[in-house]
Design a protein around this ligand. Sequence first.
Ligand code: ADP
Length: 207
Amino acid sequence: MNRSLFISFEGIDGCGKSTQVKMLMNQLDKNDIKSLLVREPGGTPISEEIREVLLKNRDDKMAERTEALLMTASRAQLTQDIIIPSLNSGLIVIADRFKDSTLAYQGGGRGVDLGFLVQLNEFATYDLDPDITFFIDITSEEGRKRQSNGDLDRIENAGLSFQEKVREQYLKLAHMFSHRFIIIDGVLSPDEIHQKIWSEIQNRKSL
Ligand code: ADP
């Protein structure tokens, strides 16, 4: 392999990202390919503290701009401390959410200006983009059904119409960034989705 690969997973809550990330890590491991998983928000001590503030259910309302700035603050620390050094050392980095989540959630979901968020993202990530972004697409109803067992965090609790706005924004992003976005139908079985993801990665890189 010549150089490392940066892969992100995106989609509304419950779409199956964590499931696919685990399957991909196992597959890479079986092929003796070293990889590192990061999840957002979080992934460094500072970013994990920011995560707690962001996701805690609370009585007072967090302002949309506060949410956008905290998300990107967490990402800046993670990008500088973990993602860039890991890519430079040759590891494949797999991100369970990255910059597109801000555009979809704070942009599409909360209504913060998209152009501003694009710039904020560039600042936070030192202009780093994933090589491939897998967008696992499901409806908000399907997402809610899959989450019915667990305790929901503040953003997961924002409601179905919020999740639907986020999904619509993801579909627009897939169009805007079509050179790196791959849309995957999230109602397929986990195995079917994994096969699509794995063959896509093999096509991009001679692993
Ligand atoms: P996310 O990380 O995107 O929130 P998860 O991977 O945690 O989503 O999946 C949410 C729930 O949906 C879990 O209970 C998981 O077992 C289930 N699930 C994951 N992928 C699929 C799939 N392709 N079809 C049906 N259910 C799925």
